[in-house]
Design a protein around this ligand. Sequence first.
Ligand code: ARG
Length: 434
Amino acid sequence: MFKVHLLKTFGAALGLSFAVSTAVMAADEASVIYAGTLLDVENGTVQTDRVIVIEDGRITAIGSRATLDDIDVPSDATLIDLSDMTVLPGLSDSHVHLTSDASIHGYKRLQVSTPRAAITGVVNAEKTLMAGFTTVRNLGAPGFADIDLMNAIDAGDIPGPHMIPAGRSIGITGGHCDNNLLPYEYQKKSGGVADGPWAVRAKVRENNKYGAKVIKFCGTGGVLSKGTKIGAQQFSFEEMKAIVDEAHLLGLKVAVHAHGAEGVETAIRAGVDSVEHASLISDEGLRMAKRKGTYLSMDIYVSDYILSEGEAAGILEESLAKERTVGKAQRERFQAAAKAGVNLAFGSDAGVYPHGQNGRQFSYMVEWGLTPMQAIQASTIGNAKLFDVASDRGSITVGKRADIIAVDSNPIDDVSVLEDVGFVMKDGVVYKQD
Ligand code: ARG
C-alpha cells in the first residue's frame, strides 16, 4: 500500500485554499486520484469510485477503489481526494486566439503591438488553463507570437495549456485574414496575405519554418473584418488545394475559416481537416463533411457576446450587422449538423470574447442538439482526434498524459458546471484545487 499525503491537508496547512498559478507538485512526483465519479469519454459511460495512478506526468493505472489492492501504487504517491467530485479529461478548444483581448476590437486593435499581444497571451494562457482547458489550438496570431507563447509554456516558464499554434493566418488580399482598416497610403497588409497557388504554398512553408503546428486560412469573408462578405468565397479551389496539399505534405492539419455555403463546400472538396464557423453550411456541405470525416468547429456561443458587448469593445457597426444575420442561422445549422452525425469539434473563438469563459459554449451545444456526453466528447476525445493527438491525450486512459480536471457535480446532469472547474491537472502537475 501507499503512504497518504493528503494534498488537501497539505494545502490547508500552508493556508492555501488554492487556485494557484504556480504548480504545487513537481511533474515527476507520483499521485493517486480518488474519483467519486469518473467520465469515460471513449465509451461514453459514467463510472463511480475509481482510482487513477499518475507517474511522471502520465496515467499508469486505473481501477476500482474497492479492489485497490490489485493496483500498483508507488509508495510515495500523493493522495488527491476527489471522491466528492466528478473527474474528467482536461478540456480542449479547437479555436482560440490567446493573444487577443476581447475588450479591444476594430480600430482599437491598431494600437496593439505584437509584443503587447504576446503579453496578453501570457495572461490568457493561464486563464484558459485555470478554466480546465488543457489543450488549445490557436488559430492565428500577429507575428508568430503564439509560437513563442507555446515555447514559453512548454519550457515551464509560464502556466498555460498545451498549444497547437497556427502562426499567421493565410488569406487573400483584402480578405478576412487581411487588415482592411486603413486607406491605401498606409500600405497595410497582414503577414499571411498571399495570392495564387505558389504564393500560398510559400506561406505554408514559411509558417512551418517558424514553428506553426497547424495551418489556418480564410476561405470566406467574416463578421469582424472590414469590407468582407460572409457569403463570399475567398481563394479559388486551386489556391485552397495548394494550401491543403502543401500542409499535408509537411504533416500539418488545415483549419479553414468559412461561413458561406460555397466557401465551405469548396474547402471541404480541397481536403481541409476542419471548417471553422461553418455558419451557413448547406445540406450538401453536411453530406460532404460526413463522407470525408471533416470536422465542423462551430462557435455557437460567441454571437451573444458580440451583440451585447461588441459595440463597447470597438466592433464596427457593419460587423454587428453581419452578426445579426449569422448568429442564429449558425445555431440552426449546428443543430442540423448534430442531427446528421457530422464530426463536431469544440471550438469557441475565445479572444473575440473573454478567455476563461470557453466553457460557456457547452450549454449552447446541448441546447442545440448534442447530449451533454456528446458535447464533452467533442471537447476531449473528439478534438484530440482532430488534432491527431488522441494516442496521447483526450481521455483518462492508461499511457496518456495526466491532463485531468474535476467539477463539483456531474456535468451529464447539468453541463453548465463545466463553466466552473475546481481542479486542474496538466501533465501530472496540479495547477488548481479549490
Ligand atoms: N472570427 C469570426 C468572424 O469574424 C467570428 C464570428 C462570430 N460569429 C459567429 N456567429 N460565430 O467571422
